[in-house]
Design a protein around this ligand. Structure first.
Ligand SMILES: NC(=O)c1ccc[n+]([C@@H]2O[C@H](COP(=O)([O-])OP(=O)(O)OC[C@H]3O[C@@H](n4cnc5c(N)ncnc54)[C@H](OP(=O)(O)O)[C@@H]3O)[C@@H](O)[C@H]2O)c1
Length: 225
C-alpha cells in the first residue's frame, strides 16, 4: 500500500470526482472506488484527461480500500451504511476513514435544505458506529462545493472543519492544504460533525436564494494563522 495514496469510495460522483481531481493535481496517488469497476475506470480516465500524468486508478470499492491508508466516503447519506458494511472487513486501525456525508432530508424524499436526525448524532458518528474497533473516523469536506472542486483553474475558497481523534485529524487537516483555497480548521472531536453537516443544508439554501449554482462556501474569521 502506498502510504500517500487516497481512496475515494463513490469517487465516480460529483463530489468524489472533484476531490480526486484536486488531489491528483497536487501529485497524490488517487484510487477511485465504485460499486462497478468499469465506472471507476471511466472516472480514472476522466481524471487523467484533466490532469495529465495523474497517478490515478479505478477499482471496486473493496479493492480501493486495500490500496490506500486514507479512505474518503463519498456516497449519498442514505447509502452510507451499505457502503461501509460492504468494505468494513478490509478496514484496519491503520486506515483513516473520512466521512463527508450530510444527512440531507432528500434521503426521505424531502428537500435538500433540511437535514434528518441521525440517532448517533451525525453521519460521521454513524460511520464510526459501523466500523471495527479502533478504525478512526474523521469528518471533513461537507461544506465544499463539488462544482468549485471541479473548476481546476480556480481556488476553492472554503474553510474545512475537520473533526475526529487528534492524530488522524492532523492527517486530514494536512490533506486540506493540498487544494488551493481550502483551509483546514481544527474542529475538535467527532461529535462536532453534527454542526458541520447541518451547515451544508444552510449553504444549499443560500445557493438557491442568492442564485449561486457554483456553490457558496464558509470562512471563519479571527482565527490565528
Ligand atoms: N455534491 C456536492 O456539492 C457535495 C458537497 C458537500 C458534500 N457532499 C457529500 O458528498 C457525498 C457524495 O455526494 P455526491 O454529490 O458526489 O453524490 P452522488 O454523485 O449522488 O453519488 C456519489 C456516488 O455514490 C454511489 N452510489 C450511488 N447510489 C448508491 C447506492 N445505492 N449504494 C452505494 N453507492 C451508491 C455512486 O457510485 P457508484 O455507482 O460508482 O458506486 C455515485 O457515483 C454525499 O454524502 C454528499 O452529501 C456533496
Amino acid at each position: 500500500m502506498d502510504p500517500t495514496a487516497i481512496a475515494i469510495l463513490g469517487g465516480t460522483g460529483d463530489q468524489g470526482l472533484g476531490l480526486a481531481l484536486r488531489f491528483a493535481k497536487a501529485g497524490r496517488p488517487v484510487v477511485i472506488g465504485s460499486r462497478k469497476l468499469e465506472r471507476a475506470q471511466a472516472a480514472a480516465d476522466e481524471v487523467r484527461a484533466a490532469v495529465p500524468g495523474a497517478g490515478v486508478e479505478g477499482l471496486d470499492n473493496a479493492d480501493a480500500v486495500g490500496k490506500a491508508p486514507i479512505v474518503i466516503l463519498s456516497v449519498p447519506f442514505e447509502h452510507t451504511a451499505g457502503t461501509v458494511k460492504a468494505v468494513r472487513e478490509r478496514l484496519t486501525p491503520e486506515h483513516v476513514v473520512v466521512s463527508m456525508g450530510v444527512p440531507l432530508a432528500t434521503a426521505i424524499g424531502d428537500g435538500a435544505v433540511r437535514t434528518v436526525g441521525v440517532w448517533q448524532g451525525s453521519c460521521a458518528e454513524l460511520v464510526a458506529s459501523l466500523l471495527p474497533e479502533g478504525v478512526p473516523v474523521v469528518s471533513a469536506f461537507q461544506n465544499v462545493s463539488a462544482h468549485r472542486l471541479r473548476e481546476l483553474a480556480h481556488p476553492v475558497e472554503c474553510d474545512v472543519v475537520v473533526s475526529g481523534p487528534p492524530a488522524p485529524r492532523k492527517v486530514v487537516l494536512a490533506l486540506c492544504e493540498l487544494v488551493p483555497g481550502l483551509r483546514g480548521v481544527d474542529g475538535g472531536p467527532l461529535a462536532n460533525a453534527r454542526y458541520v453537516e447541518g451547515v451544508t443544508a444552510l449553504l444549499i439554501g443560500l445557493n438557491v436564494r442568492y442564485k449561486v449554482p457554483e456553490g457558496v462556501g464558509v470562512r471563519f474569521t479571527g482565527l490565528p494563522d
